[in-house]
Design a protein around this ligand. Structure first.
Ligand SMILES: *Cc1c(COP(=O)(O)O)cnc(C)c1O
Length: 452
């Protein structure tokens, strides 16, 4: 309902069925005027604690990376309270997301990198050696489970136990919780602290730089060191480490999305979403495996929630790069998956639970058709420097005028499986990768344009 420019959402249970301004509340509104929000915040915190197996959750961090900083500050606070000032070493596997090391440095820790073995898992020998070497200064191990390589680390419980034996804490990066919700709890298999990304696993629209929420979840011994806020005592423990973001409850305005998602899905629904996400990733891995190598798999040849398709051997043999494949996918009507992360020259595909089988098949068939196109470059049927992969994506404007390519207009814009009836037309052709980012050109009018 909108009255005099103010939009009110009809609210559900915790608000007694009245109308409330979900998106209108000021972050510093007095708590007694925000009771509905506080109920919603508490309920969401409790449910996230249940899902992760931890005791206490703070919704203040605005991103996963902020959750990391908050979690590491909690670890620091805990060690300090125990008289362990010197525990500042943070072990991080080389496969970790870049934010892990950045957060550790911001929390005043010293990063020590642990090697990754050939199968994509943590190198257990190297980990043991590093734990021994830094036993007295060990603050924390940060691991991502399932890993950024898309596998369930088989020895995760063992690894956590070794760190605890040395007096360290275990930070489980929960960004891949999409593969765990309803199936396993980081707080139960050895984690002391995790962040979650509500904009990854709990339905908050992600991408394009919208607001995020990166709750930090801890076991009870770290709870006294969660974020708090000088202007809002209800936002955290009195003994907390101070604010991690400006507003007491961070991006509170988007919490109703995750709250409603959890309520609507229920325990069974959340578990089912996880199962479908893992199944979808494995479906793609199995369908594409005969055409492209899948870089890492866990025990039994399975992946977790994502799979990494290795283009590097094909690039070496044919010159067709991961960029060419990513851009060519646009001609087939797809936004490319994550490119060159966490491994340069590869594509990381994470379908999640959101895509149905028809869409998964459409994607796999496009990738298989692209593989056949690569073959035509390999065989010399298409020149290495003039083929639909190298020139992708093709706009409508590119079709006009004289056509002087080694392939036809149809092959350019209507490749296998793309129908003229629902073709996606990209608005721009290829621009030169990162060149523009590294070579800034001022496009503002020159000063003399302002002379009258
Ligand atoms: C996304 C991600 C992060 C950081 O989360 P942001 O919300 O982008 O700050 C950290 N670790 C892993 C493994 C991630 O995938």
């Amino acid at each position: 309902t909108c009255t005099s420019g103010v939009c009110l959402l009809p609210c559900l249970l915790p608000f007694g069925g009245s109308l409330c301004p979900i998106g209108q509340l000021h972050p510093f509104a007095p708590a007694e005027q925000a009771q509905g929000y506080l109920t919603l915040i508490r309920e969401l915190e409790e449910r996230l604690a249940e899902v992760t197996g931890y005791d206490k959750v703070s919704l203040q961090p605005n991103a996963g990376s902020q959750g990391e900083l908050a979690g590491l500050l909690a670890v620091r606070g805990y060690h300090r309270a125990n008289g362990d000032e010197q525990r500042t070493v943070c072990l991080i596997p080389s496969s970790a997301h870049g934010t892990n090391a950045a957060s550790a440095v911001m929390a005043g820790m010293k990063v020590v990198v642990v090697a990754t073995a050939g199968d994509g898992e943590i190198d257990v020998e190297d980990l043991r050696a590093k734990i021994d070497k830094h036993r007295d200064e060990l603050a924390v191990l940060m691991i991502t489970y399932p890993s950024t390589h898309g596998v369930f680390e088989e020895h995760v419980a063992d690894i956590c136990a070794q760190v605890h034996d040395a007096g360290g804490q275990v930070y489980v990066d929960g960004a891949n919780l999409n593969a765990l919700v309803g199936l396993a709890k980081p707080g139960h298999f050895g984690g002391d602290v995790s962040h979650l990304n509500l904009h990854k696993t709990f339905c908050i629209p992600h991408g394009g730089g919208g607001p995020g929420v990166g709750p930090v979840a801890v076991r009870s011994h770290l709870a006294p060191y969660l974020p708090n806020h000088p202007l809002q005592p209800a936002a955290g423990p009195e003994t907390g480490v101070g604010p991690i973001s400006a507003a007491p409850w961070g991006s509170a305005g988007i919490l109703p999305i995750s709250w409603a998602y959890v309520r609507l899905m229920g325990g069974e629904g959340l578990k089912r979403a996880t199962q479908v996400a893992v199944l979808s990733a494995n479906y793609i891995a199995k369908r594409l495996e005969p055409h492209y190598p899948v870089l890492y798999t866990g025990p039994g040849g399975l992946v977790a929630h994502e799979c990494i398709i290795d283009l590097r051997p094909l690039t070496k043999a044919t010159g067709v790069s991961v960029d060419d494949v990513a851009k060519r996918l646009i001609d087939y009507g797809f936004h490319a998956p994550t490119m060159s992360f966490p491994v340069a020259g590869t594509l990381m595909i994470e379908p999640t639970e959101s895509e149905d089988i028809i869409e998964l098949d459409r994607f796999c068939e496009a990738m298989i058709a692209i593989r056949a196109e690569i073959e035509k470059v390999a065989s010399g049927a298409w020149p290495a420097d003039d083929n639909p992969l190298r020139n992708a994506p093709h706009t409508a404007a590119a079709l006009g005028g004289k056509w002087e390519h080694a392939y036809s207009r149809e092959e350019a814009v209507f490749p296998a499986g793309v129908s003229a009836a629902d073709k996606y037309w990209p608005p721009v052709r290829r621009i030169d990768q990162a060149f523009g980012d590294r070579n800034l050109v001022c496009s503002c009018p020159p000063l003399d344009a302002y002379e009258d």
